[in-house]
Design a protein around this ligand. Structure first.
Ligand code: TLP
Length: 344
């Protein structure tokens, strides 16, 4: 059976070019700073993000963690959205490992944080309060339907943060999806940020890894934080080689994933028992609610799986589908045909 796996873009396997580059990669001990392929990747990543320096880490979770450990001390407070991956899906690592206190602001449906709410959440200097140190936003915003946050918003948020002496971190796990969807240079989404994490292991198809980017002083601190969480990876050039191919070859094709997500959204919207949110789909992530008299999300995802269509169930009636480079438009048509058959 041809399986159409829409559970995540993290499932993407390395391309033949990546496998070749991995096999041929020149390597060294990266903890000594001597892996030429990692060094090349880090330089390239910093350049793409418009920052001075970068650090290769094992995952997006590690990237966010070391970014925050490098910029906040114990008892410091970070302001982030109630739907943020860092708040919901990273085991509260910043609190568990860094003693960093999260201050939650509700995410708007478009993934942003209301600027007035951010301002109101920033603490005054008072012995009773933690110190507000940093604001973090996610772009694209996973749980807000893959929303792409604009350069204009980033600029405005940057002003709010700077005015009050706070730093700004971007969880840009899928920041290239945002740049492609908005038709902007990714630098315009990072210019106001002090630190950015982006992943090569999601839509860009590399097997492992994320990059943390910022100024040299920040990256030096992030490198220390990476070491203490056990993230010094030695001959990591075999992984960095795939990441370089990802950056060189896989960014512009993200537009195809977005087009396929729109195709899926349009097809699903025709079914009375499926409620796609939000419309229009902006990047490669799509959520829908099951509004069926006799089927819940588990039954729907089970029925789909029996027919080779894999989607991720969240809660009792929410389902997520993520397009990626393994998924073609004919796969989307095939998935829609299965949906229609479930309906009848
Ligand atoms: N997201 C994964 C799951 O953890 C939900 C997925 O399948 O979407 N930031 C954002 C916005 C993410 O979506 C993810 C992964 C991460 C950080 C963490 O990246 P990894 O999985 O590399 O630690």
């Amino acid at each position: 059976m041809h399986v159409i796996d829409l559970r995540s873009d993290t499932l993407t396997k390395p391309t033949p070019e990546m496998r070749r580059a991995m096999a041929e990669a020149e390597v060294g001990d990266d903890v000594f700073g001597e892996d030429p392929t990692v060094n090349r990747l880090e330089e390239m990543a910093a350049g793409r993000m418009g920052k001075e320096a970068a650090l290769f880490v094992a995952s997006g979770t590690m990237g966010n963690l070391v970014s925050l450990l490098a910029q906040c001390g114990r008892g410091d407070e970070i302001i982030l959205g109630d739907q943020a991956h860092t708040y919901i899906n990273e085991q509260g690592g910043v609190a568990a490992l860094g003693g960093i206190h999260p201050r939650i602001v509700p995410n708007e449906p478009d993934g942003t944080l209301d600027l007035l709410r951010v301002k109101a959440a920033i603490r005054s200097d008072n012995d009773h309060y933690p110190r507000s140190r940093l604001v973090t936003v996610e772009n694209t915003h996973n749980l807000c339907g893959g929303a792409a946050i604009t350069p204009e918003y980033m600029q405005a948020l940057g002003i709010v943060a700077r005015e009050r002496g706070l730093r700004l971190h971007v969880d840009g796990a899928r920041i290239f999806n945002a740049a492609v969807a908005l038709g902007v240079d990714v630098k315009s989404l990072t210019a106001d940020a002090d630190s950015v994490t982006f992943c090569v292991s999601k839509g860009l198809g590399a097997p492992v890894g994320s990059l943390v980017c910022g100024d040299r002083a920040f990256i030096a601190e992030a490198r220390r934080a990476r070491k203490v969480v056990g993230g010094g990876m030695r001959q990591a050039g075999v992984l960095a080689a795939a990441a370089i191919v990802a950056l060189e070859q896989m960014v512009s094709r993200l537009a195809e994933d977005h087009a396929n997500a729109r195709l899926l959204s349009a097809g699903l919207s025709e079914l009375p028992w499926v409620q796609v949110e939000p419309v229009p789909v902006r990047t490669n992530i799509l959520y829908f609610a099951v509004r069926h008299d006799s089927l819940d999300a588990r039954q729907v995802t089970d029925l789909l799986a029996e027919r080779g269509i894999l989607m991720l169930r969240l809660g009792t009636n929410r389902v997520r589908a993520v397009t990626n480079y393994h998924i073609s438009s004919s796969d989307i048509e095939a998935a829609l045909a299965v949906f229609r058959s479930i309906c009848s």
